[in-house]
Design a protein around this ligand. Structure first.
Ligand code: ZN
Length: 561
């Protein structure tokens, strides 16, 4: 049993005396027992090495990853759900998949999404005490300035609604420099990271404390609610524009991390223009104001709202199966992104890896036993909306949430909403594989607490040890589209990937662009995904499942959204 998961635990307990001997004997017995349980499964698991070798050959010698990356990132760009670029990306990916020879390439609608939005242009400069251009981006779903405006700045720190009173009547016609003091730190750690053996082994131990933690914290809804309250207050106070910094402590250097600042809900007024400034530029303004000196800015921001964008789309296509064609193996990634970069590592990388995986399988003329279905989702950044709607339409759902604050909120991952009702198709999906952790190569799989698949994936991983794939962990990983499948009892998996510059530079930033992609990593990922999907499509049995999470009692008082 060469899996990293077991051997490492033993070494972790070093340093004790007698206890250690008793423990190691007990542990040995346990390992032998586990081995005796899983060895038959592991040993029996058939891995079709001949096809795996052909997949590797095609993926490493004839990769389409670079041109797919340029087509999506350079020629289309940032793909905020609800923006014209999102629809261009849906159309382009559908046509690419059809051109690979996949069947039933189409766009599947879902909604309501609310209003769409896109940034057209932005120019921000300091007029006094100095004349200087500033790096700035509009936060999504906020209005433009309606032409060029000039005004003085005032500092405000508003952490909750309790702070509103401090500023009432003092902000009209002003540019509000909003936010806590910001520390710009020198870059001490290497922004580029690959998982070391130590990192990987630290991933393995099961994190009991995290078990059963809800996938979406109540804070998520509370933050969204406060943003709506804040926008209402700022508009009520006739604030001209708000300028903010991006993070508590920013690596800065012109990299700005930007997401939403307004509401997609068409019943909520758009609010006031809100911009994210480069940390150094925001700090300069804040320092001058702190010295009691005046700052004047000039801004021209052109944004568009689209009221006809409430229906959004997922791109779907298939490689039809053979003797088990009514059964499915799915793979996917979210195609949408934030708007200031070109959505390269989040999640253009996952999208082109999945497209390349099915291109490889199709190009080899493989007829899988089960049908292979690829899905490229929209709405992920706004709460897994595209994949949740898809799962609700096809596989299962929980009772819908009520209340105006839940107008677009899916109930699939809200156990308090009630039990899951599955649809007949749910029983036909063997597994769903997702990639959404940046451009880094695959190092293993999160098992989402499904221990029975461990020996199966162990066998499937064997041919890729030379590519650095070595690790399985029982732990869950959250925050992306495999959770929509997991919620209705379909085995949904996300791969462990090397971080590269994901958190340090690219995740939701203006520097999330083509140049940050690591192409050899993406080729490796496409080969591994193609192989796992192929193994699942050819296997006699469907992959073993966990039980669906039972509903939780509805909280006594409805949670403050
Ligand atoms: Zn993502």
């Amino acid at each position: 049993m060469s899996s990293r998961m077991h051997t490492y635990k033993m070494r972790g307990e070093g340093g004790y005396t007698g206890v250690r001997h008793r423990n190691s004997a007990r542990f040995l017995a346990l390992s032998v027992f586990l081995a005796s349980c899983t060895l038959p499964i592991y040993a029996q698991e058939k891995v079709r090495l001949e096809t795996i070798s052909r997949i590797r050959y095609e993926g490493f010698r004839n990769s389409h990853i670079p041109e797919l990356a340029s087509g999506l990132m350079d020629e289309i760009g940032g793909r905020l759900t609800g923006s014209p670029n999102m629809k261009r990306a849906n159309d382009w990916t559908r046509d690419q998949l059809a051109s690979f020879g996949l069947a039933h390439a189409h766009l599947e609608p879902w909604g309501p999404f609310g209003r769409g939005w896109a940034q057209e242009s932005i120019s921000v400069r300091m007029l006094s005490p100095d004349v200087a251009p500033l790096i700035a981006y509009a936060k999504a779903w906020t209005p433009g300035t309606n032409g060029t405006v000039r005004a003085g700045c005032v500092r405000a720190i508003i952490a909750s609604a309790a702070d509103f009173e401090k500023y009432r009547g003092k902000l009209a016609g002003k540019i509000v420099v909003l936010g806590d003091d910001l520390l710009v730190k020198p870059i001490q750690e290497l922004p580029f990271e690959r998982l070391s053996d130590k990192n990987l082994s630290e991933l393995s131990p099961y994190d009991i404390e995290r078990a059963g933690r809800p996938s979406r914290s109540p804070e998520f809804a509370q933050r969204a609610h406060f943003q709506d309250e804040l926008n209402k207050f700022l508009a009520g106070e006739k604030v001209l524009v708000v300028v903010e910094h991006d993070r508590e402590a920013s690596p800065a250097g012109g990299t700005v991390f930007v997401s939403g600042g307004g509401s997609r809900n068409p019943t909520i007024a758009p609010g006031v223009p809100r911009l994210a400034l480069a940390a150094e530029h925001w700090n300069r303004i804040a320092r001058i104001l702190a010295h009691g000196k005046a700052v004047e800015l000039e801004l021209t921001v052109v944004n568009h709202f689209y009221d006809d964008a409430s229906t959004q789309y997922n791109t779907i296509a298939e490689i039809p199966g053979g003797d088990k064609k009514d059964e499915l193996v799915m793979l996917g990634a979210h195609l949408d992104s934030w708007h200031t970069g070109t959505g390269a590592t989040d999640n253009g990388a996952g999208s082109i890896v999945m497209m390349e995986a099915v291109r490889i399988l199709q190009s080899l003329g493989i007829t899988p036993r089960r049908t292979i279905r690829i899905a490229l989702w929209s709405g992920e950044e706004e709460g897994l909306l595209g994949s949740e709607h898809y799962v609700e339409q096809h596989f299962g759902s929980r009772p819908a949430l009520t209340g105006s604050d839940n107008w677009d909120r899916g109930s699939l991952r809200v156990r308090e909403a009630g039990p899951v009702t599955v649809k007949p198709e749910q029983a036909k999906v063997s597994a769903y594989f997702n990639v959404d952790n940046g451009t880094g190569k695959i190092r293993g799989v999160y098992l989402q607490e499904n221990s029975v698949v461990a020996p199966i994936f162990e066998a499937w991983m064997q041919p890729f040890r030379d590519l650095g794939m070595t690790t399985l962990t029982m732990n869950n990983t959250g925050g992306t589209d495999h959770l929509s499948f997991d919620a209705v009892g379909i085995p949904g998996f996300q791969f462990i990937q090397d971080p590269i510059e994901y958190e340090s530079r690219t995740h939701h930033s203006n520097m999330d662009v083509y140049d940050r992609l690591q192409f050899d990593d993406l080729k490796q990922a496409a080969v591994i995904v193609a192989s796992f999907v192929y193994d699942a499509a050819m296997r006699d049995e469907m992959l073993p499942r966990k039980p669906i999470e039972p509903p939780l009692p509805a909280p006594a008082t409805p949670p403050v959204p």
